[in-house]
Design a protein around this ligand. Structure first.
Ligand code: ASP
Length: 330
């Protein structure tokens, strides 16, 4: 279940303008007294990065300080998580991460942090479904034809992903299991470079977030084979799900959470969480993201317990999938 967004006329540029003119003096007395770092595990320009930057700009309004995005890429997001776990717990470092927080313990035999124990859990953020897209000149015109193509061409098909541990990697593993053919997976440092490779025709397929792919789908620069959520999307109403098209039960949606180093003061956690909630409740701030397919979770998920419980469930869900795929990232 997701909250329905009201239509609004504000644009992304409008958000930036509003943020630079509307910082409130109310919080200037106490925390925060300096800019806050929001660590992003993937490269600039990818969906996680875009989400962090857009939210950060809006959150700065109520925090009275800027939120500075720091991209710490590599090792499937584990470098960023490890960095955050070790950062000073002073309220000035937060991490935005996605399903990778739940897949890392199964993918990495040597992980320097425990996702379920070594952090403070602030809130879930937005959910973003994915699309399975192909290079513009890939012969199959629809998913049915793609299935036949995959069966006959097997490991000659290159499926790009945003790095071991990325959700696009998880999607590619699930796809291989569901379709029952070997596909060659090609890792990149994030969706930005993976998408560029697809647009340049260097790889055949990519499963990635709508927030990154919809502009290219609309411009017909890529082929669209289906959405990965269990139900169709408002942003792409005529596009069938993969589940509808023969992969019964296929369901991959990217969810995001905000974490802080263990021991971060309660006041900082609450203020950062409150600023996030305000941003997500402001349709003018989130309209661009929801137009690109992002979904705002219900209020109960926008809480520390909402994130922690979800992380536990997702860790249990993915661990057997990864073990079956027999893939380790280290
Ligand atoms: N979309 C990427 C993933 O598959 C990450 C990113 O570049 O934002 O996890």
């Amino acid at each position: 279940m997701y909250r329905i967004m009201k239509k609004t006329i504000f644009t992304v540029a409008g958000i930036v303008l509003a943020a630079t003119t509307a910082t409130g003096p109310a919080m200037a007395q106490g925390y925060p007294t300096k800019p806050i770092t929001l660590v992003v595990p993937y490269s600039a320009g990818g969906p996680t990065d875009v989400l962090a930057r857009m939210l950060g700009v809006v959150m700065a309004r109520s925090l009275g300080q800027s939120v500075v995005v720091e991209n710490k890429t590599g090792a499937g997001g584990t470098l960023a998580a490890a960095y955050t776990a070790r950062a000073a717990p002073d309220g000035y470092t937060f991490l935005i991460h996605h399903n990778g927080m739940a897949t890392a313990p199964a993918l990495y035999r040597r992980l320097s942090y425990k996702p379920l124990a070594d952090f403070e859990y602030v809130s879930q953020v937005l959910d973003v479904p994915m699309t399975l897209i192909g290079r513009k000149d890939l012969p199959p015109k629809n998913f049915k034809e793609l299935l036949v193509h995959l069966k006959s061409h097997g490991d000659k098909i290159n499926l790009a992903h945003a790095g071991l541990g990325a959700v696009s990697h998880l999607c590619s593993m699930l796809l291989r299991q569901a379709v029952g053919t070997e596909l060659t997976t090609v890792p990149y440092q994030g969706t930005g470079p993976a998408l560029n490779a697809l647009l340049a025709g260097q790889v055949d397929l990519l499963c990635d977030q709508t927030t990154a792919t919809i502009p290219y789908i609309k411009a017909q620069s890529v082929k669209l084979y289906g959405v990965t959520s269990s139900t169709r999307l408002k942003a792409l109403p005529d596009t069938p799900t993969l589940s509808e098209q023969g992969l019964a039960g296929f369901n991959v949606v990217v969810w995001h959470g905000i974490y802080a180093p263990k021991g971060t003061p309660k006041e900082a956690l609450e203020k950062f969480g409150a600023a996030l909630k305000l941003a997500l409740n402001d349709p003018s701030a989130t309209q661009r993201l929801t137009d690109l397919g992002a979904l705002i979770p219900d209020d109960d998920k926008l809480s520390p317990a909402g994130l922690q419980t979800w992380l536990q469930q997702e860790t249990q869900r993915y661990t057997p999938v990864i073990k079956t795929a027999g893939q380790f990232a280290d």
